[in-house]
Design a protein around this ligand. Sequence first.
Ligand code: ADP
Ligand code: MG
Length: 324
Amino acid sequence: MIMSPSIIDLAIRTDNLKKTYREHSKSPVQALDGVSLSVKRGEIFGLLGRNGAGKTTLLRILTTLIKPTSGTASVFGLDVQQHGLEVRKQICAVLQENALELFLSVKDNLTTFARFHSVPTEEREKRSLRAIEQFGLGEHKNSKAMDLSGGLKRRLQVAKVFMVDKPLVFLDEATTGMDPINKRAVLDAIREQANQGRTIVLTTHILQEAEELCTTIAMINTGKIVATGDVNAIKALGSTVYELSLTFEMMNDDMIAQLRSLNPQRLERKGNTIHLCVSGMESNVLDTISRLSKKTKLTHLEVNTGTLEDAFVELLGKSEENPT
Ligand SMILES: Nc1ncnc2c1ncn2[C@@H]1O[C@H](COP(=O)(O)OP(=O)(O)O)[C@@H](O)[C@H]1O
Ligand SMILES: [Mg+2]
């Protein structure tokens, strides 16, 4: 088979991928509605979207667990439907439903998984110690998996995929349910893995996670990609969004009502300070603020362009056909 180099440089490519779930006695659900995307080698690619957006469905297709209804997907140039076996040799995944060996200890979960993937004995030992250290599992290394908290279980699942040398790793909401300190360790570990040349595809509905970690992001909403690009480019999409912090000498309900009339995506009041996030005409926003400041002294003003979260709200808000 002859493939053009541009395709080989890609870890993943999908073209107009669609998936409709059809179950007896239920109406069909279109989980993916024409997803076309590409992931370059060595990227940490974040698939960002709300619950039910279609993230897990896309991962299930890419990991050969389910077939698309139409469209194509390839991993390192190999079609997932035609070359499922070869594709599986290239990948490792933590999916939401992944189970641990509950009766085995943390350490044995790691080494057993590595043995299953034919990692030699000495190497297994070495890697399990490294993973235990890297993922902060030292205290728990002899605990049975069933005795771990939910967050620790997730951490162990993520640690497992890094026991084996696979160039492409999928993590489905792997950082969900971890406390911030644990999360930090896991995020650092994932980043280090990417620096070593692996391609990592993760899904999350947590914006900050995607913003902190990913090099490229695709936002998915009701089965469609609504934005894709590097993190900074996506942020720029939200640059018509302003984050303002205003402190007035005094504050009353009428002033808040005027600020609300700008249709802010967010408005929080703390004493005499208002944080708000508005999109749209700059002049409108400035007019309102200057009108307010004529009545009451504005003691402090801060303006930031939008964060990724604002871009997300903006984009998903626009693409929502049937808001509920
Ligand atoms: N096995 C299934 N059978 C029927 N519908 C499903 C199945 N899996 C997912 N869905 C539906 O497909 C849509 C996308 O789900 P999913 O891919 O799990 O989204 P996400 O991972 O982004 O939360 C949702 O509406 C969900 O209810
Ligand atoms: Mg999911």
